[in-house]
Design a protein. Structure first.
Lengths: 449, 96
């Protein structure tokens, strides 16, 4: 009987491994197929570039019906519609920005629409171990793809891809419409318009002109960590499509002879602010910009050879590893402490922000948000007890810290120790892997959000 | 937040956008004017320890909705923020 169980176990393991392998192969196939369909679409455009005339009218009869309401808008007209049909637009990133942007760009009658996502420049890969390779492979592919389009929409979600896409657009003289969104705020900028060559001060500024220095890697907040409202990111994506339509229909995809940049501006959207929209005027190209000035060091060769390390430039966040193994306990170990002991024997401090604590929390835990413990706040002067420690708590009672994933809890545990709360041989440590481990080890009904 | 109200006499208004708002825990405030733009970062650093390296140095700064350059040296000449001006701290948002 035992032998049979063992061999069944072995078979199950083998099935799991094989399924894993199959999944990986399918993913690879999808990437290859997506790549070749983009190439095909682009080839199609090259064959049929320019307005297609079948008979005496430049558009198909059905197109007059479909785009009629748009065409009778004075700033569009038949000329604008023909320009849209002849144009090719590349959308990089098919998430919260890219999806609405793509819907409206396609809906306006743009002739060729390319959407790149997945391994090509999938920036969520940047959080993984293989980040260097992925970023460089992506780079090589992206400049080859961008080459084939007239206009690029940056709908990605990380500084690394934003600098990379901007640099490519500068080198290939393509205008770029960049948007972003987080929580209730959004930003929109039309960059490199007119798209004049590197060193031409009349060209529009690039992403590096506006933000020469990337934010510290630890300060970069994703929508997954910081939160996002659908209509906020949707608004920004739709506005990107609008800017694309404006650029195309006004014939601004290529720089005209002697053209100078209009004042570039950044549109800021803050849903909770009054007024919710603000437009700030930007300067022309920065005289010493690394990418678009004559003094800059950016070249296509440097970019395709991978000698420019965007990941390094933007900084890498390494997993937080502050506490020693003996300063950390497993979730199941805490459950045992909870069952065996008296609640007053210890304190569990949840350092997530209040909005997250309100969603779900371990019974008996106290919420002291990470942000309130930053700087000097939240902690009492040397030798005194912070207000959030119950008076009844014995001075040697352990304090356990918990957060969503087990990073912030380490930072705070260390900080409490440094502040002297660990004297009187009090144990201070955190729950390893945070509430994620609590769900895995203790309570599978825990609402993961 | 209501950012449309004017700063009281002798002050300028400073707006904190997106991540800057999280850093200062407020969307706007009034600071004493005049203030040389070169001293803006050190003034804010005094109020919010760590804000210069963690946030301000990668931000876009505008005065009355116009982009301004922050001189690298505090004693450099540069524009002076005047009473009633509106300064905005705009960190790059990259997610989407």
């Amino acid at each position: 009987m035992e032998v049979a169980t063992q061999s069944a176990e072995a078979l199950k393991r083998q099935i799991a491994t094989t399924e894993e392998e199959l999944k990986r192969l399918k993913e690879q196939l999808a990437v290859v197929e997506a790549q070749s369909s983009i190439e095909k679409a682009v080839d199609g455009l090259e064959l049929g570039a320019g307005p297609v005339t079948t008979g005496k009218w430049p558009l198909e009869l059905e197109e007059y019906k479909r785009y009629g309401r748009q065409m009778i808008v004075p700033s569009i007209g038949i000329q604008g519609q023909l320009r849209l049909k002849a144009a090719s637009v590349l959308i990089v990133g098919a998430g919260g920005l890219g999806c609405p942007a793509a819907a409206y760009v396609a809906g306006a009658g743009v002739g060729t629409l390319g959407i790149v996502d997945g391994d090509t420049v999938e920036t969520s890969n940047l959080h993984r171990q293989i980040l260097h390779n992925t970023a460089k492979v992506g780079m090589k592919k992206v400049d080859k793809i961008v080459e084939k389009y007239d206009l690029v929409l940056d709908c990605t979600d990380h500084p690394t891809s934003r600098y990379l896409i901007s640099d490519i657009c500068i080198l290939l003289c393509k205008p770029l419409i960049s948007a972003s969104a987080l929580r209730t705020d959004g930003q929109l900028i039309v960059l490199n318009s007119p798209p004049l060559p590197t060193g031409d001060a009349s060209g529009g500024p690039c992403y590096r002109c506006v933000f020469p220095k990337p934010p510290p890697a630890e300060s970069v907040v994703s929508c997954g960590d910081g939160g996002i409202l659908g209509p906020v990111v949707g608004t920004m994506g739709v506005l990107q499509a609008l800017e694309a339509i404006k650029l195309i229909t006004s014939g601004k995809l290529l720089a005209r002879e002697g053209e100078k940049a209009d004042d570039a501006s950044m549109l800021l959207f803050s849903a909770n602010s009054n007024p919710p929209f603000r437009s700030v005027r930007l300067r022309a190209r920065r005289a010493k910009c690394f990418a678009c000035s004559a003094e800059g060091g950016l070249t296509l060769e440097g970019l395709s050879s991978g000698s420019l390390d965007y990941v390094l430039f933007c900084g890498v966040t390494t997993p937080v590893k502050i506490l020693e193994p003996e300063e950390r306990i497993e979730a199941r170990e805490y459950e045992r402490i909870l069952k065996e002991g008296n609640r007053r024997d210890h304190l569990l401090v949840d350092v997530r922000e209040k909005v997250q604590f309100d969603i779900c929390s371990i019974e008996g835990s106290v919420n002291v948000p990470f942000s309130t413990l930053q700087g000097s706040g939240g902690l009492a002067a040397e030798g005194e007890m912070p207000a959030w420690i119950p008076e009844a708590l014995p001075s040697d009672a352990p304090i356990y810290l918990v957060c969503r994933l087990g990073n912030d809890s380490q930072i705070i545990a260390r900080k409490l120790k440094e502040n002297g709360l660990g004297k009187d041989s009090r144990y201070i440590g955190d729950l390893k892997d945070g509430l994620k481990a609590w769900k895995e080890q203790v309570d599978n009904s825990w609402p993961e959000y | 937040m209501s950012t449309s109200s004017k700063a009281p006499p002798g002050h300028f208004k400073i707006l904190y956008f997106g991540p800057a708002e999280n850093h200062t825990s407020k969307s706007s405030e009034d600071l004493p004017a005049p203030l040389p733009i070169a001293k803006l970062f050190s003034t804010l650093e005094e109020k919010y320890g760590g804000i210069k390296a963690n946030l301000l140095e990668s931000c876009l700064i505008t005065v009355n909705l116009e982009y301004v350059d922050i001189p690298e040296n505090e004693n450099d000449e540069g524009m002076v923020i005047q009473e009633g001006d509106e300064v905005a701290i705009i960190p790059p948002v990259s997610s989407g």
